[in-house]
Design a binder for this molecule. Structure first.
Ligand SMILES: [Zn+2]
Length: 233
């Protein structure tokens, strides 16, 4: 009899679990819950994104390259860097690029208390808004893309998009040459791709040079460049 009851309880819990899981998948658009990697499209569009800025002189150099080819990109900014270089943030926006949130202090956001996660996101949003960033919703990308259920849940509660990538340039690997970085992107991009590169966190001259090669090459193949938000529209 006892085993029977245990079995009953087990079955009930199993059914409840699947019911809850199905509900979660449908209600939360679950496949995007842990981040959007690319746009689902057959059109030749791609979004270049840059993390860890604003960071002179590389962000400025990058903006010049992007302007030369009339490409708009998305910049995932660190709050601490925004405080140091607010004028660069204004320039990024003034030139028609998208600004996004990459936390305040760029520390690992896995397994951190809810209050900490909220303040990391809110502080950077506030800085961007104070600088006049006018966007319906400021997207978020966690440091190193590391996230867990709680962070994903909070981001969705804040009505933000959690943006990841499907093409990693590996521009943070010191041993890679400009051509290595460019080829990594060129060889892996497909319609709707989101590319991650870095304009901050160290010497990014290789990223600046690689960007020019990437833009020229992909454009010759018929790709159009969009900001992440435009790409996902
Ligand atoms: Zn980062």
């Amino acid at each position: 009899m006892r085993i029977g009851k245990k079995l009953q309880k087990f079955l009930l819990l199993t059914v409840a679990f699947f019911f809850a899981a199905t509900l979660l998948i449908n209600v939360t658009n679950f496949h995007n819950y842990f981040g959007i990697n690319r746009a689902d499209t057959a059109v030749k569009v791609v979004a270049l994104s840059y993390d860890d800025g604003p960071y002179p002189p590389y962000t400025n150099q990058l903006l010049d390259v992007l302007d030369r080819y009339q490409v708009k990109a998305t910049f995932f900014e660190i709050g601490r860097n925004i405080e140091k270089h607010p004028e660069i943030v204004k320039t990024i926006a003034a030139r028609g690029n998208e600004l996004a949130n990459h936390s305040y202090s760029h520390k690992d956001m896995m397994f951190k208390p809810r209050e900490y996660l909220l303040s990391e996101i809110a502080k950077t949003d506030k800085l961007l808004l104070e600088l006049g960033v006018k966007q319906e919703s400021i997207s978020f990308r966690p440091p190193w893309g590391r996230r867990f259920v709680v962070l994903s849940y909070l981001v969705s509660q804040m009505h933000k998009k959690l943006i990841m990538w499907d093409v990693d340039s590996h521009d943070y690997e010191k041993k890679l040459t400009v051509e290595d970085i460019a080829n990594r992107v060129i060889d892996n991009v497909r319609s709707g791709s989101i590319v991650v590169m870095h304009d901050g966190g160290g010497d990014r001259s290789k990223t600046v040079a690689a960007t020019e090669i990437i833009v020229k090459n992909l454009r010759s193949k018929g790709y159009e460049f969009k900001t992440v938000s435009e790409l996902l529209k």
